[in-house]
Design a binder for this molecule. Structure first.
Ligand code: HEC
Length: 137
């Protein structure tokens, strides 16, 4: 169990060594994770039109419009919590799978849109970097 407010020494060391690039995540790696674990529902273009769409009772979200739906600001905090399952909405019956345990691994911190740091794992941070680059503003 990881507490969001605790920055591990690994995350701090990573930030010190890698600088801004490390904190921003690797979008290329994020794309590979997306294609493998998210595209089935959210679609290859992330617009919500994956092959699994037909069997879902709730349509998958268009992940290219996250910023557009949030006054032009990418909702980093919300998206991290949706993916790692900290968002209680997910725990209560959303068809969206909870990847918390699956994406456990190296802790990584990133900044939310309000400037607050949030701790998650490296795969989630990379996914965020990829998704952020897909936004139609
Ligand atoms: C089994 C199908 C399925 C898979 C696989 C899936 N999702 Fe989803 N996702 C959904 C559905 C359905 C919704 C809309 C309902 C909801 O918000 O709970 C959703 C919602 C979301 C949201 C919420 C958007 C918002 O407005 O807050 C995010 C972010 C998201 N998915 C990201 C991902 C990522 C990243 C992956 C891969 C790691 C992924 N999803 C894999 C079905 C899926």
């Amino acid at each position: 169990m990881r507490l969001p407010t605790i920055l591990t020494s690994a995350a701090l060391a990573g930030a010190a060594l890698g600088g801004a690039a490390a904190a921003e995540g690797n979008a290329k790696n994020g794309e590979a994770i997306y294609d493998r674990y998210c595209a089935a529902c959210h679609g290859a273009e992330a617009t919500g039109e994956g092959p699994m769409q037909a069997v879902l009772t709730v349509p998958p979200t268009d992940l290219t419009a996250l910023s557009a739906g949030n006054d032009g600001v990418f909702p980093t905090g919300r998206v991290v919590k949706r993916i790692d399952g900290r968002d209680p909405l997910v725990a209560h019956g959303s068809p969206m799978p909870v990847y918390g345990d699956f994406f456990e691994g190296d802790d990584a911190s990133l900044k939310t849109e309000s400037g607050q740091p949030i701790v998650t794992s490296t795969p989630v941070r990379d996914l965020i970097a990829y998704l952020e680059g897909l936004q139609v503003r």
